[in-house]
Design a protein around this ligand. Sequence first.
Ligand code: FRU
Length: 511
Amino acid sequence: MKKTIIGIAAFALSAFSVCNGAEIATMNEPYRPHIHFTPQAHWMNDPNGMVYHNGEYHLFYQYYPEGTTWGPMHWGHAVSKDMMSWEHLPVALYPDSLGYIFSGSAVVDVNNTSGLGTKENPPMVAVFTYHNPKLERSGSNVFQYQGMAYSLDNGRSWTKYSKNPIVPNPGIRDFRDPKVSWNEQTQKWTMVFAAADRVRFYSSPNLLDWTFESEFGEKVGAHGGVWECPDIFPLKVDNTGKTKWVLFVSINPGGPFGGSATQYFVGDFDGKQFHPDNTETRWIDYGKDNYAGVTWANVPKTDGRTLFLGWMSNWQYAEKVPTEAWRSAMTLPRELSLIPSKEGYSLVSQPVKELDAFRQNEIKMAVKQVNGSKEISTTVSPVQLKLTFAVNQKSGKQFGVKLTNSLNEEVVIGYDNEKKQLYMDRLKSGKVDFSKDFPAVTYAACPVENGKVELSVIIDEASVEVFAQQGKVVMTNIVFPTQSYSKLLLFSEKGKTKVSECKIWKLKTNR
Ligand code: FRU
């Protein structure tokens, strides 16, 4: 568990509380992303309560409004029409006598099963973990329990439920992060949350009274750290009539490159028990910076997408990253899908199509081949690249794209044609020494498909997200160049590599 820090960052506080003009100034600080969500000021971790309602995507988030490191948790709040440009709203949930407001989820109780609203004006219901620091200090094991709050005005104001907690703690130290969803099959609500080294499933007809159903995960999957922030949801398998259930479980530490990361299981869920198809560990992202992500609730059936957002940081260094007024950004919103694969079924993540509306002029580079290195652009953040390499055994041993600046700082996004791996190297990316765990080369198995390696790369001021082979392999890493990257280079080492497509889109900025 993280330390409680009550210090007040005076600069950050003033940046937060003053009028619009000053806020705009704040939005231009070094490392402030152009197209990723950040709080205006202060500390943020997990996305919470992601729910769509009345034309708005809501994003709540773990927030400490008095400092730039983790502290007594509140739920910050923002809304968006496209998950890309956000309007900041006042803090939604404050700590109270039952504890801090840890991670959780929100739903729209469309049929008013809770009776807390009406059919005409259904309540938005937030279910979260209360973390009670006094009980924790007293040595008790029951300091985390699930609570609830509801809103009848589109999430603008919240009433805590008078009979909290709705799920008391039976004596398990780590007992947190409820994700609630409506199960069409059982016509009941499902709650999944993390309980020590496993997840627990509960069901309820009304969001108020919960029945324990089962648990999953003891000795299954990765267990290098505590389990946190699970999510369970059905996904249609592309090009089949099938639906499978996907269970996300975040874990900290124990990720593939150290620290925090999110694993997933594919299987079946009957509203009571989860049966995995297989139990090997699989990660949703092979970078270091995608944690505690979950899916949006209540996305209209006419839309039908499964939409995801993660926290773009890692507990190893989140409190040390070199931003001043705020700490942490979210990943780009992503659409999830499932495809049949040799493992059974595999998860695919792609940036949401709303990103396309941010594309400005398309630059199509007439590069046919690369041998050594070749500059392709001097505009970098925010930018999207689509690169397709035609690959065979004679192609370069390593090829890809580099971001650099005049200080020779660089991020390398490459394909290792011997190991058949995608990799990203941020060892010399700029400021890296604020934590020994920050410098890293991340990599993932990434087979050549039909003689091609296709990369979609989204570069913002302090992050690089790579979606390889149409989202089958994903890598998200944050970076802190001393000076913004100013050049994009294609490279191919130890051999020539054919480039069949090289497109660059400068992206609009939200700053
Ligand atoms: C995950 C997490 C959650 C917890 C929250 C506290 O990053 O540790 O398990 O609810 O952060 O801020």
